[in-house]
Design a protein around this ligand. Structure first.
Ligand SMILES: [Zn+2]
Length: 249
């Protein structure tokens, strides 16, 4: 069993000596264009966490996932449910305090949603200074940015795109509405440097419907299962490589 909450308290007590770290998957409940489900980011974080925990049997357990994230920028699409940044920071801090109480000293967050990165970065600092356990944030897509560049045909990617749709074809194939995969119309911005996927840019609090008509940022019509296998395996291998070293004493 890889999930923390499938054990009883006395079983966890016995496992606490063996466990080197726990993994907390965090996703979102937000629009993912016309062809992917609202829970895509959660499924992504969960599938990767489960595969890692199976590979590192007995050394790590997976905590109950957080299925909501910080997604105000997707609220103009029906179905999106967002947490405030403060709520996410506080949930993660409360979890860290509970882990500390039981003697778990390493927390690995596997995150499926870019909008969670800023609040989770604040949470990591607070966990270090206020809780006193070691916590890290893994954004799997950042660990494999070179593989993404090599694999994708599109230069623009980011949301319900070639990357994410390829991954979905591997991890949740039955949930992909293949006949609804559609290239979005990208909307022009009123000033230079407002294109969010360029390297040279100003930051602004964009809403997704100001960038695209379908909710996709990038072209999902270029997605394939083969690309998905390559990308998901790369995320798995690099995450596993990191965690294997991170949990050593
Ligand atoms: Zn996503």
């Amino acid at each position: 069993m890889i999930y923390w909450n499938e054990y009883t308290w006395d079983e966890i007590q016995n496992l606490l000596d063996k466990i080197k770290a726990v993994i907390l998957p965090i996703g979102s409940c937000e629009q993912h264009s016309l062809h992917l489900p609202l829970g895509m980011d959660s499924f992504s974080a969960i599938k990767l966490s489960e595969k890692i925990a199976k590979a590192l049997e007995e050394k790590v357990l997976v905590l109950p996932p957080i299925l909501y994230g910080v997604s105000p920028h997707h609220m103009n699409f029906p179905g999106t449910i967002t947490l405030s940044s403060d709520t996410l920071i506080n949930i993660v801090l409360d979890i860290a305090r509970s882990l500390k109480h039981h003697g778990v000293n390493k927390l690995i967050i596997i995150n499926g949603h870019g909008g969670n990165t800023a609040p989770l970065t604040i949470a990591l600092r607070k966990i270090r200074e206020e809780v006193g356990i070691e916590a890290v944030l893994i954004n799997p897509w950042e660990l494999i940015s070179d593989v993404i560049m090599d694999t994708l045909e599109s230069t623009v990617w980011g949301h319900a795109c070639e990357f994410e749709t390829s991954e979905a074809l591997v991890i949740i194939p039955n949930m992909v509405r293949v006949n609804k995969i559609k290239k979005p119309k990208i909307k022009e911005q009123k000033a230079p440097y407002m294109t969010i996927w360029e390297k040279v840019k100003v930051l602004w609090p964009w809403n997704t419907d100001e960038l695209t008509d379908t909710g996709s940022i990038g072209d999902p019509t270029k997605a394939s299962r083969e690309k998905g296998e390559k990308l998901f395996n790369a995320m798995f291998e690099r995450t596993l490589e990191f965690i294997t070293h991170f949990i050593k004493e």
